[in-house]
Design a protein around this ligand. Structure first.
Ligand SMILES: [Zn+2]
Length: 323
């Protein structure tokens, strides 16, 4: 490649990404802020001509619970621990505030903003490595994810981000059979291997690694495509601003340093986060993002860096292979 490339992917999920960990009742304000933040992020991407992939949970694309019922896949996951099932979770809720769950209005804004790709984060925030579920159920989930994006937004989605970043080779092959070709995979470091088998050292290293350079490499030369499958490993998560944290500045400085390395080596850097990460301090987080995007834009204007979504990166790599 002649230049470095920055890919941004966002895991867009609202409560669907958190139902097994947090209660809905105590998070209304958090999701309300998230709903307000998404159009602001889109404004910033538009203003600074930044491309991104919005890996969206299929359930979030529903209008309401009635539509949610209608779009259920033909097979539901039989997790050994049902706390991992979004279907099970919803049926145990008494009061559902639909705005914390469904946001087709925001998905519409995403697809109408230049440079933004609608990707998938599975239909049900499906944990493809949890015990009890099957490959056939995983494939049914992905068909449901494709169907709702096609029916409601006219989009054929081909980029996939795995919920909780868990997957295996078999899981990737199954997704390819269902029409997904571009995957955000994990960094090559040991503490990102088999994330579903969580251990404290792994977790400590992953958290520590956002501050100190514990990993080996954060940017990479484009991988060979294997058939039609393209893996685009994550470089780093953009962690949100925290009040009083000494590391607020350090986190961004570190990402900029890594992007400078990617620029020197003409490599790919893949940054990701969840829009809801901005839900606690939306003003501070948007300010930090804008300053960061101004810095990115300056690198783009110098001709050192190109902004990409997962899909546009795939097109470029495919073109390079065939030419
Ligand atoms: Zn997620």
């Amino acid at each position: 490649m002649e230049k470095a490339h920055l890919i941004i992917s966002l895991d867009f999920e609202l409560h669907w990404g958190r139902f097994d960990k947090y209660s809905l009742a105590s998070n209304h304000a958090y999701y309300q802020h998230t709903r307000e933040v998404v159009p602001r992020i889109l404004d910033l991407f538009s203003k600074y001509q930044i491309k991104a992939t919005w890996a969206t949970v299929g359930m979030l694309m529903c209008e309401n619970q009635e539509e949610w019922n209608a779009y259920q896949p033909e097979e539901l996951p039989t997790f050994k621990n049902q706390k991992f099932s979004a279907y099970h979770w919803l049926h145990t809720q008494k009061d559902l505030y639909e705005k914390d769950l469904f946001a087709p209005d925001l998905v519409n804004q995403v697809i109408h903003t230049p440079g933004q790709e609608l990707g998938s984060h599975s239909f049900a925030h499906y944990y493809s490595m949890e015990e009890g579920q099957t490959i056939s159920q995983w494939k049914a989930d992905l068909r449901a994810a494709k169907k709702i994006a096609r029916d409601k937004f006219g989009k054929n989605i081909e980029s996939l981000v795995f919920p909780r970043n868990q997957y295996s080779e078999e899981v990737i092959q199954a997704a390819q059979q269902e029409g997904f070709y571009i995957f955000r995979t994990n960094p090559e470091d040991w503490f990102w291997k088999e994330v579903e088998k969580e251990s404290l050292p792994k977790k400590v290293f992953r958290t520590g690694d956002t501050l100190f350079p514990l990993g080996l490499k954060t940017s990479y030369t484009p991988f060979e495509k294997e058939g039609d499958i393209l893996r685009l490993p994550a470089s780093r998560i953009l962690r949100p601003y925290r009040k009083g944290s000494l590391f607020n500045g350090l986190r961004i400085a570190r990402i900029k340093g890594e992007i400078d390395t990617a620029i020197r080596n003409k490599e790919i850097y893949h940054l990701w986060w969840h829009p809801h990460n901005f839900g606690n301090y939306p003003v501070e987080n948007l300010k930090i993002l804008e300053e960061f995007l101004i810095w990115i834009k300056s690198k783009v204007d110098l001709g050192d860096l190109v902004s990409e979504s997962m899909e546009s990166m795939n097109q470029k790599i495919s073109a390079a292979i065939t030419s």
